[in-house]
Design a protein. Structure first.
Length: 483
């Protein structure tokens, strides 16, 4: 039998159901993998083996109503877990243990999942490479000299390296899909409002969503079903029934109409990524879908709009980290105001400071209309592009990232090039629509390539169905890095 840490959640659930294995066996398998690999990867940040065993031992008896009973899960470090370190990989939250659980954590626990620990990320989810973490860079398991993507780089790397069965990440501009693509795993950003954000430490509140990082599409469907649904603690979560994704995605995709936006085949798109896309399109046509070129005319403005809206919201959300309520407090300060200043000076990294300055500028009187308000108007145009497209198409496919994983340090000196790594993912956040990235090939250097499937609001089922059928017709998701 394959080692348990290499299996998916649905495969493990099948083994648990016939009584072949126990939750302790699974955790031991995962813990061994962590011991062998994480010193090289640095994917995990807060993790305590003894607590993991306590949690497994405290599991209630097996109960068929608990969808994830006995399955271990890792959580991105910006999702609150009661009495556990939750630091957003930032020095300013040093030592912070929230007094409450995020709603997704309660849902996981109610469904019998075993919380393992926290995964590394870009500081406050600001980044595309996991290089801005105060705990150091996470490495890509396919090539340790390369970044795993970001900001949920720790989550994607630990799942790809079989140090985890699956994980939860967060996606504000691509932070689940882009690292999933660069690490060769599946990453899903749900529709805005599908999953409660209560307990997710906010980056940009109108863009953030929590979502699954998994080894295959079926696990993404399983996890999405568990974490979705209305929550009275998050007024932006939407009260719509949660479909039974794991069974619905297995239906066929015949005659679905899929759009291929011309605006995504830009200069700078890596040739091997382009070739893999072409092959994926052919494969999807062979599955019975009809693929057609189409336009999303305002795509070229997405990066600019995103970096105005996201930094504006971030500058406001980060105002609460002042040394009074959470985490770090400077001991050098001579006065109250000095304490704010010194705490923020030593607590935030360069990228966080850059975003606070950019966002504060865009919101300041005199510039608000010219930048922030204008960005909101263009955001509406981007959203309308998708509304129009989904009148005609069931889904849209694009590459997830314009390039495969780049080298550590390659883009850190030039924030603008780094910002362009999200060029294909951020529109979905601006429009609030769901998107999934699935493995669709490898470069000659053996680096994974991802395919992005976008859908209309609350139609995760269709994009997961296309992704599932595609996966059944390919083997890309089965390849694993040798580490
Ligand atoms: N890379 C993007 C940024 O730096 C998106 C990050 C995210 O989705 N959290 O803002």
């Amino acid at each position: 039998m394959r080692e348990l840490n290499t299996l998916t959640a649905h495969e493990l659930i099948a083994l648990l159901n016939i009584g072949d294995i126990s939750p302790i066996d699974i955790c031991k398998g995962v813990l061994d993998a962590i011991k062998n690999k994480d010193a090289k990867l640095n994917a995990l940040v807060h993790f305590d083996e003894n607590k993991v065993f306590e949690r497994v031992n405290a599991l209630a008896k097996k109960d068929g109503t608990k969808a994830l009973w006995g399955i271990p899960i890792f959580i991105k470090d910006n999702i609150c877990v009661r009495d556990e370190l939750t630091t957003c990989s930032s020095k300013i939250l040093d030592g912070f243990c929230p007094p409450y659980n995020a709603t997704v954590i309660d849902k996981l626990s109610q469904n019998g999942a075993v919380l393992m620990g926290k995964t590394n990320m870009d500081e406050f989810a600001f980044g595309s490479s996991t290089e801005t973490s105060c705990y150091g860079t996470t490495r890509n398991p396919w090539d340790l000299e390369r970044i795993p993507g970001g900001s949920s780089g720790g989550a994607a790397a630990c799942v790809a390296a079989d140090e985890a069965i699956f994980a939860l990440g967060s996606d504000t501009g691509g932070s689940i899909r882009q690292p999933a693509s660069l690490c060769g795993v599946v990453g899903l950003k749900p529709t805005y409002g599908r999953v409660s954000r209560y307990g997710l430490i906010a980056f940009a509140s109108s863009l953030d969503q929590i979502g699954p990082v998994t080894k295959d599409v079926e696990d993404a469907a399983l996890l999405l079903k568990v974490i979705s649904g209305h929550d009275s603690m998050d007024s932006t979560s939407v009260n719509k029934p949660v479909p039974d994704y794991p069974s619905l995605i297995k239906r066929d995709v015949k005659a679905l109409k899929i759009g291929i936006p011309r605006q995504y085949f830009i200069e700078g798109l890596d040739a091997e990524v382009k070739d893999s896309m072409r092959e994926a399109i052919k494969r999807i046509e062979d599955m019975g879908c009809v693929c057609e070129d189409m336009d999303l005319p305002h795509t070229e403005f997405a990066v600019s709009v995103y970096y105005l809206v996201a930094t504006a919201e971030a500058s406001s959300n980060l105002a609460r980290f002042d040394g009074v309520q959470y985490g770090l407090r400077s001991k050098q300060a001579k006065s109250f105001i000095d304490m704010y200043k010194k705490t923020r000076q030593i607590g935030f990294g360069d990228e966080a400071k850059r975003r606070i300055i950019l966002g504060t500028f865009a919101l300041s009187s005199g510039y608000y209309d010219a930048y922030y308000l204008r960005a909101l108007k263009v955001r509406t145009l981007i959203k309308r592009d998708f509304e129009d497209a989904f009148k005609e198409f069931d889904a849209i496919i694009t590459p997830t990232s314009p390039t495969p994983a780049f080298r550590i340090g390659e883009k850190t000196q030039d924030p603008l090039t780094m910002y362009l790594s999200d060029i294909f993912t951020i529109s979905a956040n601006l429009a609030g629509i769901p998107g999934v990235s699935v493995p669709c090939g490898f470069t000659r250097d053996n680096l994974p390539i991802g395919l992005q499937i976008l859908g209309s609001p609350f139609d995760e089922e269709t994009i997961l169905r296309i992704a599932y059928n595609y996966e059944q017709n390919t083997d890309w998701h089965k390849k694993r890095p040798k580490i």
